[in-house]
Structure formats: C-alpha cells, structure tokens
Design a protein around this ligand. Structure first.
Ligand code: UDP
Ligand code: MG
Length: 149
C-alpha cells in the first residue's frame, strides 16, 4: 500500500477558516485524501493521541488546546507523504517555520500552530489506527498517471 499520513487541522485552524486552504495545499501537491472527519475529541482521546508528550511541561495546555473546539482529521496518501507533509506544514515553532509552509504563512505561536502531521511512518500508522479504526476510504484518482511516473 502507498504511504499514508495523519493530518489534523487543530481548533484554531478551524476557527480561522483555514480548512479549505489547508486541504487545497495537500490536494494540489498530488496527494490523495483517503479519510476525512470533523469532530470534537474528548480529553482522554487527545491525551492518547499525544501520549508520547505526556511528561512535557506544555502537555496540559496542549490537551486543552486540542479539545477547545472541533478539529478536522484526515488521512493523506502518496509517495513520501509523511516527510513531505511535515515540510508542507513547517517547523513546530512558527517563529522558525519558513514562509510558504502552512505554519510559516498562518501561525505565530507554538501553542496555536494550526495543524498536526505525523512525524514518521510508524507514528502515522498508529495515529491512523487511533483516529480511523474503520480504515481509509478505498478509491484511486483518475489523475494518478499524470502525477506519478
Ligand atoms: N507544543 C507546545 N510547546 C512546545 C512544544 C510543542 O505547545 O514547547 C505543542 C505544539 O502545538 C506542537 C505540539 O505541542 O505542535 C506537539 O509537539 P511536537 O513536538 O510533536 O510538534 P509537531 O510534531 O506538532 O511539530
Ligand atoms: Mg509531533
């Protein structure tokens, strides 16, 4: 199966009307949308998603942030989509994110950085299993041969 990543538009991205812009960037690049849901998550679910960060001093604030409003959870598929997705998103701290990246263009503070993307194939698989237990949608783009050699 082609590589997949988990992307989440955080509550600030939803509130600021960035959903269409963000989806558009992944679509135009040539990645395929294989899962999409708009939902509020429970505190325990947010804690599970960020379990690796539970010892960090910012963990409590991070969980508050993620449960503060609805999020858009997505599966995106394509060649090197995990690493390339992280590049499209930009550095964790928007003060260091390059212009042209989502965080570089739309965020100022690390605790309001608009979007999440899996940091490895292994965490992508774990996050997709957590957020999409039903699995990805099954479809193939008719444009595939115009994007991939
Ligand atoms: N975060 C924060 N303060 C920090 C580091 C991280 O508030 O000092 C938040 C930030 O929203 C970040 C999230 O915690 O996106 C997860 O941190 P991680 O290091 O996994 O960054 P990411 O993978 O999102 O770039
Ligand atoms: Mg991370």
């Amino acid at each position: 199966m082609a590589e997949q990543t988990f992307i989440m538009i955080k509550p600030d991205g939803v509130q600021r009307g960035l959903v269409g812009e963000i989806i558009s960037r992944f679509e135009k690049k040539g990645f395929y949308l294989k899962g999409l849901k708009f939902l509020n998550v429970e505190r325990a679910f947010a804690e599970k998603h960020y379990a690796d960060l539970s010892a960090k001093p910012f963990f409590g604030g991070l969980v508050e942030y993620i449960v503060s409003g609805p999020v858009v959870a997505m599966i995106w598929e394509g060649k090197n989509v995990v690493l390339t997705g992280r590049k499209i998103i930009g550095a964790t701290n928007p003060a260091q994110s390059e212009p042209g990246t989502i965080r570089g263009d739309f965020a100022v503070e690390i605790g309001r950085n608009v979007i999440h993307g899996s940091d490895s194939v292994d965490s992508a698989n774990k996050e997709i299993a957590l957020w999409f237990p039903e699995g990805p949608a099954n479809w193939q783009s008719s444009q595939h041969k115009w994007i991939y050699e």
